[in-house]
Design a protein. Structure first.
Length: 181
């Protein structure tokens, strides 16, 4: 079986298909332009009004989603909140404004039904914010042993074998680079 010939044949078909698709797209664009010139003023105004209505609907949905995320301050991840409130239209008033009171009430109801979505309240500050545990291996230390040997002794004394081994490896690497060859 000649795979190169099959490849060339498939490539030629693909190139022909792409060229035909481009030609058809050009013809469709020209036809759309022709149709647009044949529309009456009323039809043009109706088309513009439909497009504007679609934009307004999309913007209202974005505004409601933004209000939902803003009202979800007690959630662990406020970006999850819009997934749990299905009917976005009920949060719009007759005037087209967003009803934040209804959003807040519905979000509170969701948190009662699904407490695992709530922000943890066991932080030291009591505000429910997640804070990472301090990592004393990063940055300069202001307290504790200063030299590598003292750090190794301290790590071994406290039973922190991983730190002790890491410090010993660092000491060996330093010795290897300072020894003459």
């Amino acid at each position: 079986m000649d795979y190169k010939a099959l490849y060339e044949q498939a490539h030629a078909r693909l190139t022909t298909a792409e060229q035909t698709a481009r030609e058809h797209a050009d013809k469709a664009a020209k036809y759309d332009q022709y149709e647009a010139t044949q529309l009456t003023d009323t039809e043009k105004a109706t088309a513009r009004a439909d497009a504007a209505e679609q934009q307004v609907t999309a913007l209202r949905r974005l505004a409601v989603d933004a209000e939902i995320r803003a009202a979800a301050s007690r959630w662990a991840d406020p970006t999850d909140a819009p997934r749990y409130l299905d009917d976005r239209d009920k949060y719009l008033t007759q005037a087209g404004t967003v009803d934040t009171a209804a959003i807040t009430a519905d979000l509170a109801a969701v948190l009662l039904a699904r407490p695992h979505l709530a922000r943890p309240t066991d932080s030291p500050a009591g505000d429910g914010a997640r804070r990472p545990a301090p990592d004393h291996s990063q940055g300069a230390r202001t307290l504790g042993p200063a030299g590598v040997d003292a750090q190794i002794a301290e790590a071994e004394r406290t039973g922190d074998w991983a730190t002790a081994i890491s410090l010993k490896n660092q000491r060996l690497a330093q010795q290897a680079t300072t020894q003459p060859r």
